[in-house]
Design a protein around this ligand. Structure first.
Ligand code: IDP
Length: 150
């Protein structure tokens, strides 16, 4: 179930995607899901949910203690998110490429953050989407948001 192209492993893998509260509030869930499906990734699970403090503490454990941790968790608990598990060849780095750079003001046109991110009164944490950054993170994060799948 995998092909190798040079050094790039094209594994079928799963990633955890969140449309963050800013994206949800702006009605961008459909646009994000459209780009995911247009790329050819499959939606495996989908939910709208308001994150609990416990989910966010686990999800962002690696950032605990950083200056942006508290504002990030506060922002992420400010309203519903659209959570999805997606599947496809290389979809972990692939979705991060679709998302673009962390800071929407720096993200390139053509990416979700570059096309849809805003820079007036913007805080960096309001960057529309989250995507897992490694297979290990994906497995952990899928367990947080969709325990029935792990
Ligand atoms: P990523 O979402 O592009 O993977 P990470 O470095 O994993 O970025 O950071 C997780 C989230 O924390 C970012 O998406 C963003 O919402 C927030 N964040 C990261 N760096 C900063 C910062 O310097 N200030 C405020 N928020 C930040």
């Amino acid at each position: 179930r995998s092909i190798r192209v040079g050094a790039v492993s094209e594994q079928i893998e799963r990633s955890l995607v969140l449309v963050k509260p800013d994206g949800y509030r702006r009605g961008l869930s459909g646009e994000v899901l459209r780009r995911i499906e247009a790329k050819g990734y499959t939606l495996v699970a989908l939910a709208v949910t308001t994150p609990t403090a416990e989910q966010l503490a686990t999800h962002y454990a690696e950032h605990e203690g950083k200056p942006f941790y508290e504002p990030l968790v506060e922002f992420m608990s400010s309203g519903p998110v659209t959570a999805a598990v997606i599947e496809g060849h290389g979809c972990i780095p692939g979705f991060r490429a679709l998302a673009g750079a962390t800071d929407p003001t720096a993200a390139l046109p053509g990416t979700i953050r570059g096309d849809l991110g805003r820079d007036w009164g913007l805080k960096v944490q309001q960057n529309i989407v989250h995507g897992s950054d490694s297979p290990e993170s994906a497995a952990r994060e899928i367990g947080i948001w969709f325990p029935e799948l792990s």
